[in-house]
Design a binder for this molecule. Sequence first.
Ligand code: BES
Ligand code: MN
Ligand code: ZN
Length: 495
Amino acid sequence: MEYTAKSNKIETLVSRCLVVAVYAGKKAKLGASAALLDRQADGAIKALVSKGDINGDPGTTLMMYDPPGVRAERILLVGLGKQSEVDATVLRKAAAAVARVAEAASLRSIDIALFDRRHGRLDTRRMVRHVVEAVDAALYRYEETKSGRAKPSHLKNAAVLVERAELAAARKGVREGEATASGVSLARELGNLPGNICTPSYLARKARAMQKDLPIKTRVLSEEDMKKLKMGSLLSVSRGSREPAKLIVMEYRGGDKGDAPVVLVGKGLTFDAGGISIKPAAAMDEMKFDMCGGASVFGALQAVAELELPINVVGVVPSSENLPDGAANKPGDIVTSMAGKTIEILNTDAEGRLILCDALTYVARFKPDVVVDMATLTGACVIALGNHASGLFSNDDKLAAELLEAGDEAGDRAWRLPMWDDYTRQLKSNFADLANIGGRNAGAVTAACFLQEFAKDYRWAHLDIAGTAWNSGGDKGATGRPVPLLMEFLINRAG
Ligand code: BES
Ligand code: MN
Ligand code: ZN
């Protein structure tokens, strides 16, 4: 798929399909590009819209064939909702709808002229980024483990049309959008792979392969290495499985030598059966997605390296399975973490925090500016926020604000939850320094409080992506979230 930015006049543009906006109102209203074409077409577009087949709600579409007076073969009207309320989410929804219509019509190319107004706080660069990312995501198909030959999409070219003065910004948006979109696709692909293929060793191989094409240095720590580092908590989880754990470290150094890196840590649980505290059978297959935090680290690192951002980023993915076995953790077992803290494992299904805590201790050696971890950590977070926002937790208000804003701008929202000491007290154990669960109440918060105990030496944030990393039901599959949030955050940091 190729994305380009151009500034041709739309009235005279030769196009298979020219995409323009309509806004919702009492009656649908033509956007600037649509109005321009309408004048050229002697009011034919307005006449069509006034028949009421499109109301302008976000993502509604109406195809018009052989419009009079213009060179385009088709005009695709797409709703952007109320003009004053256009935001990242609306734009992405509309662009995804456009891609689906174009694909269903077997179109090879489309020209998108949706940028006729500055929509609220969205600048051209971001608008273009959203469109590229959303079109690309709509065309993604999982094929890897299907025996039929993969069918490539019909759509090969998408051009965004902007005013000449905005061309440079649009080109930047295309580049950032493409890189982010590939990062999202990578995260989705890794997430969708089944647990018998995507093992910790598979992820390690994938990370090693990434350094061939990209300015990334990969190091993989074996269980032997982890033993030397005294990662007793991480290793206790992997003991219940035949697949050896891996601690994957990917370093991208695009900034100055002395620049403290952003460290991204992602939970890489390639299958979570719960261990001895085994999960119920229903939907257990979805626990192959328990490595989506790790997958987002892969996706973000690939995108950052592709864009050659002038910052330093280190990605760390602790990866293991969580299975019941004779050697598995048992409720009541006590393990000693790399930090020296002892942990009473009251529920072996709260394993994410057990592997993450040692990774969080490990990353202090990178003298990070900030550490952000991503984890499909708790069902409780899904109860709290549903599938719309990731849970955000942080020991630093500025970092939290930066991430929240990045999520808003990327259409990949997060919502902050509190971490008061009252919650940490729920983790008290009679037999160890900490228990690995804090009871049913506020489960997402107590999980974050557990992690915080191991993240005291740097500015840290945690994204609980249990509700956002994948879809269930007919639409089952990884979403690639929160790669868009992370990319917005990292691109902003790169200045
Ligand atoms: N990977 C799960 C969290 C999860 C569950 C994400 C369902 C999405 C959907 C995690 O390892 C887990 O099992 N957490 C437990 C914690 C509990 C035992 C305190 C949970 O959420 O039930
Ligand atoms: Mn679990
Ligand atoms: Zn898990």
